[in-house]
Write a protein that binds this ligand. Structure first.
Ligand SMILES: *[C@@H]1O[C@H](CO)[C@@H](O)[C@H](O)[C@H]1NC(C)=O
Ligand SMILES: *[C@@H]1O[C@H](CO)[C@@H](O)[C@H](O)[C@H]1NC(C)=O
Ligand SMILES: *[C@@H]1O[C@H](CO)[C@@H](O)[C@H](O)[C@H]1NC(C)=O
Ligand SMILES: *[C@@H]1O[C@H](CO)[C@@H](O)[C@H](O)[C@H]1NC(C)=O
Ligand SMILES: *[C@@H]1O[C@H](CO)[C@@H](O)[C@H](O)[C@H]1NC(C)=O
Ligand SMILES: *[C@@H]1O[C@H](CO)[C@@H](O)[C@H](O)[C@H]1NC(C)=O
Ligand SMILES: *[C@@H]1O[C@H](CO)[C@@H](O)[C@H](O)[C@H]1NC(C)=O
Length: 384
């Protein structure tokens, strides 16, 4: 018989005015109120049926073993499990710290049977020898394992230069082991952004840019796009919206070649600039040699003047009857011309495929062991 580890249930309700609830989820197991700890036999199927009341109707989400369809939760063929990474509390693999501050590397996992302290090792990579050195508690380093045996930390009480580097954790139980690598890095300016690209759909006056951000140096980073008409020496700057790794430059000159680069910035300073890319905006409609909207406007004005002149000549030379007829013909012809100036082609945006998280019933079946549930509203793992 096995004791179930944790299932966390939380309730999502829309923030609507006059909303009621949601109430704490009420769960049934085997036709009765579910106790806080459930024991099942290996190979059994286990099902937990929960509901919650409120207006609007709350939707239930299992945060563990993974976001998925709402109640009931059914786990079939419950098995023991070798250690594996917990999806509910993602692990931060790059941690930054200033010297003389403290820092903690945290590894969250799932395993059954639960690993004990001796099943957890933290190692440090020695760059000179390319070896991994097993670490133990010292006055500066504390290695801990949580009470529920699903989290281990290595904490540096007073970070020194020599503590920066690569670390590795290994968690094992009778069924297997898992390891993960971490970096403890000094705080600093962000790394250089890379892969700066313009979309294929450059227009006469705009271009969309994307890039990939580098390491943020331990502080939130934002980006600055710099661009220059290659016939000038002046770089112009535009701040990128916070959280975006893309930007659209508007009001560019048609048929003009630009150089573009991007820089990352955080509270400690700026990164170096990315590689510079070169791009050329489209020329305005090829049939017309004139390109600027003002010249086009002038041409239209000229055409109107010419039409007026013709009309005047007609007034002088012809009788009223013919004047009306000719003027309306000219007007229609001109209208047709005018429309060709405004012809635009709208291209669809090439949407990048969005990653969506899927719920895989198989994961539950095979890999998830056994769970204890708690009645909590917030999506943190809690043990009653
Ligand atoms: C759900 O709500 C109904 C009443 O609306 C109640 O009878 C039932 O016990 C509740 N709990 C579950 C787990 O279905
Ligand atoms: C290391 O120290 C921490 C607290 O400082 C303690 O909780 C833990 O049990 C110690 N680990 C070992 C392996 O002695
Ligand atoms: C690990 O560190 C975090 C904070 O960094 C703390 O909240 C958590 O309780 C620690 N866990 C253990 C097992 O010491
Ligand atoms: C992790 O620890 C287990 C058990 O000690 C061992 O068999 C395994 O080789 C280790 N893995 C790595 C990558 O060191
Ligand atoms: C650039 O992106 C914006 C949306 O951010 C879109 O409206 C515009 O059409 C795009 N332009 C090009 C040239 O792809
Ligand atoms: C973490 O640091 C490593 C080594 O510097 C780097 O290769 C990796 O891209 C970083 N990961 C993130 C998420 O910043
Ligand atoms: C720019 O980035 C933001 C945030 O990541 C995203 O929501 C938006 O769709 C992106 N725009 C384009 C044109 O790619």
């Amino acid at each position: 018989m096995e004791i179930l580890p944790i299932i966390v249930l939380y309730v999502l309700a829309m923030a609507v005015e006059c909303s009621v609830g949601p109430s704490v989820p009420d769960c049934e197991y085997d036709g009765a109120d579910a106790p806080s700890s459930i024991t099942v036999r290996e190979g059994w199927t286990f099902s937990l049926d929960c509901n919650s009341s409120g207006n609007p109707t709350p939707s239930l989400t299992w945060t563990h073993p993974g976001p998925g369809p709402s109640s009931p939760l059914t786990l079939s063929n419950i098995q023991k499990s070798s250690p594996r990474v917990s999806h509910t509390s993602p692990t931060i693999l790059n941690v930054t710290a200033g010297t003389s501050s403290s820092a903690t590397l945290t590894f969250n996992f799932i395993a059954y049977p639960r690993p004990s302290a001796s099943d957890v090792t933290w190692e440090r990579h020695d760059l000179q020898t390319d070896h991994w050195t097993v670490l133990f508690n010292t006055s500066d380093i504390a290695i801990t394992l949580s009470q529920n045996s699903l989290q281990t930390n290595i904490s540096f009480i007073d970070v020194k230069e020599i503590n920066f580097g690569q670390y590795r954790v290994n968690v094992s139980n009778e069924l297997g082991s898992i390891t993960d690598t971490f970096f403890l890095k000094p705080e600093g300016v962000p790394s250089v952004p890379h892969n700066l690209k313009s979309s294929d759909r450059v227009t006469e006056s705009s271009v969309n840019l994307t890039w990939i951000s580098g390491f943020d140096g331990g502080h939130p980073q934002t980006f600055v796009v710099q661009f220059r008409d290659i016939s000038t020496v002046i770089w112009k700057k535009e701040d990128v919206e916070t959280g975006h790794t893309n930007h659209t430059l508007f009001n560019l000159k048609p048929g003009t070649t630009y150089e573009v680069k991007v820089t990352a910035r955080n509270s400690l300073g700026n990164s170096a600039s990315s590689d510079t890319i070169t791009l050329t905006t489209l020329s305005v409609i090829e049939d017309h040699t004139e390109t600027s909207p003002n010249t086009v406007g002038g041409a239209i004005g000229g055409a109107i003047g010419a039409i007026a002149a013709v009309v005047i000549v007609v007034v002088i030379l012809r009788r009223k009857y013919f004047l009306h007829r000719n003027a309306s013909i000219l007007k229609n012809t001109y209208h047709g011309d005018n429309r060709s100036y405004n012809l635009h082609v709208n291209m669809p945006l090439n949407e990048s495929s969005s990653k969506s998280q899927m719920y895989h019933a198989e994961n539950v079946k095979k890999e998830n062991p056994i769970y204890k549930y708690t009645r909590v509203k917030n999506p943190e793992e809690t043990v009653l």
